[in-house]
Design a protein around this ligand. Structure first.
Ligand code: P1T
Length: 382
């Protein structure tokens, strides 16, 4: 199946008793057994639930994996991956990450003895230099949140596997989605999503996803998901599955609108800098072009007036763009990373990589482009 068919049919079968085209919402915690241990494949919904199974099969299909797992949030999916490691193990991660990922790594897992190095992954050498005999996981976010840095998944996977075939490469594919890039086919072992974003696509659920292509890894992750318990519920699983069916059509429009807005901003006299991997002069444009089908709907920018007041004036005055955390929904959102999504990163770390008061992040939705452009124009002129 091609991707645009997989979003709709991947891993799906019609419900057996009625032929229902969509899987029913199996709103149940438990399942009858005819004799202790004898059941129809479902015992207790933390282990498995049929609506979640339908979604997890679709997750696997859209990322070219063999197994998918649905979690109660993106962060709980990341938590599951990290729990495969042991005290003393080292993780190499990108230096620009969603603030909550950074917070989890440094404030939760460091205290359990994991060691983290944060490097600029736009240069493969930075990853090879950081690899040690204790490295067990390389964590990539590409494009990154919020600075839109791009890492070469294929080259990094090669370098990592040459150092040790047991070192896992995991890619947070939230910004790109499998419509734009499919990390498992580029050499990564694990794909992670905040399904809250583009996969769900309608800002109506919080969910995480993991996808893998290896049986043993799938078993380990399933054990941790089951034993840890952070599973997605049946109603949310239904909504996510419904959302994914239109992922490819939504993404096409997100990309078109994202490009138009990036071009508008880069030519605007109030704007200093635009972060968008579709530009020829973006530091990783070549890599982005090689591994992504298009450049997505996320655009960050910096105003010429770099004061916090100027940024707030803009943020308080958009009318079609809603000032809110999150991204990837049909509606356009605007975010101030310093005070919102990346507030948990200590100021010196933030400043080092360029997350300053003047940075603004747009999640460009699928509304009419003229309405989006005129909204930005009027807010920039406030
Ligand atoms: O919010 P949750 O579903 O738990 O996912 C966390 C997460 C992980 N990875 C990336 C790249 C993310 O962007 C997020 C969540 N991000 C936001 C809420 C945000 O506005 O950036």
């Amino acid at each position: 199946m091609n991707f645009n068919t997989k979003t709709i049919h991947g891993g799906q079968k019609h419900e057996e008793t009625t032929g229902s085209v969509m899987p029913p919402i199996f709103q149940t915690s438990t399942y009858a057994q005819s004799s202790p241990g004898t059941h129809k494949g479902y015992e207790y919904s933390r282990a498995a639930n049929p609506t979640r199974t339908a979604l997890e099969n679709n997750f696997a299909a859209i990322e070219n994996g063999t197994h998918g797992f649905a979690f109660s949030s993106g962060l709980s999916a990341i938590d599951c991956v990290l729990k495969m490691l042991n005290p003393g193990d080292e993780v190499i991660a990108g230096d620009d990450l969603y603030g909550g990922t950074y917070r989890m790594f440094t404030r939760m897992f460091e205290k359990y003895g994991l060691k983290f190095q944060f490097v600029d992954m736009t240069h493969v050498e930075n990853v090879s230099k950081a690899l040690t005999n204790d490295t067990k996981l390389v964590w990539l976010e590409t494009p990154t949140n919020p600075l839109m840095k791009v890492a070469d998944i294929e080259e990094i996977s090669k370098v990592v596997k040459a150092k040790g075939s047991n070192i896992l490469v995991a890619v947070d594919n939230t910004f790109a989605t499998p419509y734009l890039q499919q990390p498992l086919s580029l050499g990564a072992d694990i794909v992670m999503h905040s399904a809250t974003k583009y996969l769900g696509g309608h800002s109506d659920l919080v969910m995480g996803a993991l996808m893998v292509k290896d049986e043993k890894l799938a078993e380990e992750l399933h054990f941790i998901q089951f034993a840890g318990g952070a599973v997605a519920g049946p109603m949310d699983s239904f909504l996510a599955l419904r959302g994914i069916k239109t992922l490819h059509v939504r993404m096409q429009r997100h990309c078109e609108n994202g490009k138009a807005i990036a071009e508008f901003l880069v030519n605007h006299n109030k704007v200093k800098e635009v972060y968008y991997p579709g530009f020829d002069n973006h530091p990783s444009h070549k890599v982005a072009k090689k591994q992504m089908k298009d450049f997505g709907g996320m655009v960050s920018f910096r105003l010429k007036d770099e004061s916090k007041e100027a940024a707030f004036r803009f943020l308080e005055n958009t009318k079609v763009f809603t000032l809110a955390e999150s991204l990837g929904g049909v509606e356009s959102l605007v975010n101030h990373p310093v005070t919102m999504t990346h507030a948990s990163i200590p100021e010196p770390e933030r400043l080092k990589i360029g997350i300053t008061d003047s940075l603004i992040r747009l999640s460009v939705g699928i509304e009419d482009i003229d309405d989006l452009l005129s909204d930005l124009e009027q807010a920039l002129n406030q």
